[in-house]
Design a protein around this ligand. Structure first.
Ligand SMILES: Nc1ncnc2c1ncn2[C@@H]1O[C@H](COP(=O)(O)OP(=O)(O)OP(=O)(O)O)[C@@H](O)[C@H]1O
Length: 572
């Protein structure tokens, strides 16, 4: 509101400065007569008569003072406008980030990471642009309204002519603004496509290089860039045609304007010059209205995409309870009681009345063929997915929205893709926590059998691991991830195919590390290899989302027809 008031005020000062030109020109001009045609009486005539009776020095000084005031107000307004725009755009960015972060996993798993980065980082630039254009459009419209008001004071007939001309020109340009919207939508689609291509390529950089698939990605990107070029040129053709039409229309308008003013309307010299000056100043403003309106239309699809993602994420927010209930230290077990889960959009359940017990501080292996539901069990166990039916009991306490976040605080999850940041080993181990000492780090590294290789590094804990930990071997990366998981002092450690990408030697090292955790942490390990389940105390075997067998490892392994016995013999 303040900004709009300032914009109006600054335009008014400009209008007044233009009005002041009339007496100046009249005094300087050949006729030296009253400047205001049609206002021989009334308030305006009095004001202008008064202005004309002032000495020329006074009028000139007033003119300079008004321009100075206007310049200062414009500066202040520009600063305010910029602050406002940044607040708005950063607010949108933060709220989008928060809504995505707070969305439930079942929803997040359906959207691409590249699309989220694109909306958050690339589209936001266009939203900023859209907002700038909107503010600029409003300001220009205010300026034009003030110009019309000034023209009205000088000559109502000419003012009507100017306004009609402006409206007709803007109306005639509607198809160009529509084309801008279509262009903006195409641009959004192409940019999303490019983000996906680049992020897929970057994420799988090594795999892409290993199989010489760089040309494939390059080709995809080049095609997408060519599409943008084609769309841009098509749009520029339409846009520049608009420019040509506008210039011809404005020149014809100005000629007609001058003809009417000097001919049929017989305006005096001062008024005519002031009106022509007004017209010359108004014409580029009309171009600006068209330009910013067009730009706004082209940028609106970006804002729509951001708002759409935000509202989808908000619709899919994880049920959050402000006052979370603490989960006490577990003493007995975690129990799955008739747990079923159906992924959104799937017709049949992935987990079907799953029931088993995980004894505290012991190691349980979840096994089963590919697609049997092992990872889904882990996700439900972490509270990332809410069971469609059934309950999970933590020492008899039901896992609900009221304690889910506390529960997750007491879990560590290690998966096949060890996630390391491009920073030192120490930073990767602390992972944003300031309460972890070097002593804690070395203790965790020892448990994860990683102390040997870290102490052999020249810079020890200060070694930078490279992008996604690429400077470490797969086994080293996995052991660092395990040490980081242990530093959280979890009640439950879930290892989801954590070692499947490793060689035998590294698998054996990690197997030993996990074996040593027995009695200290409840461990759930999801693995295919018998060597990685052989140290388990308990087994849950799944098939097609149902529990096939569950019980002590020793007991099930000794039954020759069991799934577990088959798995063990397949490796031998
Ligand atoms: N986000 C999802 N949306 C729809 N269906 C899914 C989703 N994730 C998994 N599924 C389906 O659920 C079933 C079980 O998947 P899950 O990943 O739990 O199996 P898994 O036993 O861990 O398999 P693997 O050993 O191959 O990792 C599969 O048939 C899979 O297609």
């Amino acid at each position: 509101m303040v900004i709009l008031a300032l914009a109006t005020f600054s335009s008014l000062t400009e209008g007044v400065s233009l009005l002041l030109l009339i007496p100046i020109i009249s005094v300087l001009g050949p006729q030296g007569e009253s400047a205001v045609a049609g206002f021989s009486s009334g308030m305006f005539a009095t004001v202008f008569d008064a202005a004309q009776s002032l000495p020329l020095e006074g009028i000139l000084a007033g003119f300079v003072a008004i321009i100075a005031l206007r310049a200062m107000l414009t500066r202040w307004k520009d600063i305010q406008v910029n602050a406002l725009m940044h607040d708005y755009v950063h607010g949108l960015q933060s709220s989008l980030f928060a809504s995505v972060a707070g969305a439930r996993w079942s929803y997040l798993a359906t959207i691409r990471g590249a699309d989220i980065s694109h909306a958050l980082l690339a589209e936001v630039e266009r939203v900023h642009r859209a907002l700038a254009q909107l503010i600029f459009l409003i300001q220009t419209l205010i300026v034009l309204a003030v110009y019309s008001l000034v023209a009205l004071v000088v000559s109502p007939a000419m003012a009507l002519f100017g306004v009609t001309l402006g409206v007709v020109i803007l109306g005639a340009m509607t198809p160009i603004r529509r084309a801008a919207r279509v262009f903006g939508e195409a641009l959004s689609d192409r940019r999303v496509e490019q983000y996906r291509i680049v992020s897929e390529f970057v994420t799988g950089l090594k795999a892409a290089k290993a199989v010489n698939s760089e040309p494939l990605y390059f080709d995809l990107l080049r095609k997408s860039l060519l599409w943008i070029r084609k769309d841009t040129i098509t749009f520029m053709r339409i846009h520049t045609l608009g420019g040509v039409i506008f210039q011809v229309a404005a020149a014809s308008g100005l000629a007609t304007f001058a003809y009417l003013a000097l001919g049929p309307l017989g305006l005096d010299y001062g008024s005519t010059i002031a009106l022509i000056l007004l017209f010359i100043r108004a014409a580029p403003q009309i171009t600006s209205v068209q330009g910013s309106w067009q730009d706004l239309n082209a940028s609106i699809p970006a804002a729509t995409a951001m708002y759409r993602l935000r509202s989808d994420a908000i619709k899919n927010q994880e049920a959050m309870v402000r006052e979370q209930k603490q989960i006490p230290q577990l003493k007995s077990n975690i129990e799955f009681r008739k747990v079923s889960y159906t992924y959104p959009g799937n017709s049949s359940p992935t987990l079907n009345d799953v029931e088993f017990v995980l004894p505290v501080n012991e190691v349980t292996a979840i096994i089963g063929p590919s697609g049997s539901g092992k990872t889904t069990v882990a996700d439900v166990l972490m509270g990332l997915l809410e069971p469609t039916s059934g309950t999970i009991l933590l020492d008899g306490i039901e896992l609900t929205a009221e304690n889910r976040r506390f529960w997750r605080d007491s879990i560590s999850y290690v998966s096949q893709d060890s996630f390391l940041i491009h920073d030192t080993l120490a930073a990767n181990l602390a992972f944003g926590r300031s309460d972890i000492t070097e002593g804690d780090m070395w203790a965790a590294l020892r448990t994860a059998s990683a102390d040997g290789f870290v102490s052999a590094l020249e810079r020890g804990l200060q070694t930078v691991v490279g992008d996604r930990g690429l400077r470490l071997s797969g086994g080293e990366r996995q052991r660092i991830t395990l040490a980081r998981a242990l530093l959280r002092k979890p009640q439950l450690l879930i290892l989801d195919e954590a070692t499947s990408a490793l060689d035998w030697e590294n698998q054996a090292i990690i197997a030993k590390a996990i074996n040593d955790l027995r009695g200290k942490v409840t461990v759930v390990t999801i693995a295919h290899r018998p060597s990685l389940i052989s140290f388990a105390d308990w087994v849950v075997a799944l098939r097609d989302g149902r529990v096939l067998e569950t019980g002590s490892y020793a007991q099930i392994a000794s039954s020759p027809d069991s799934y577990l016995a088959n798995v063990i013999s397949s490796e031998g």
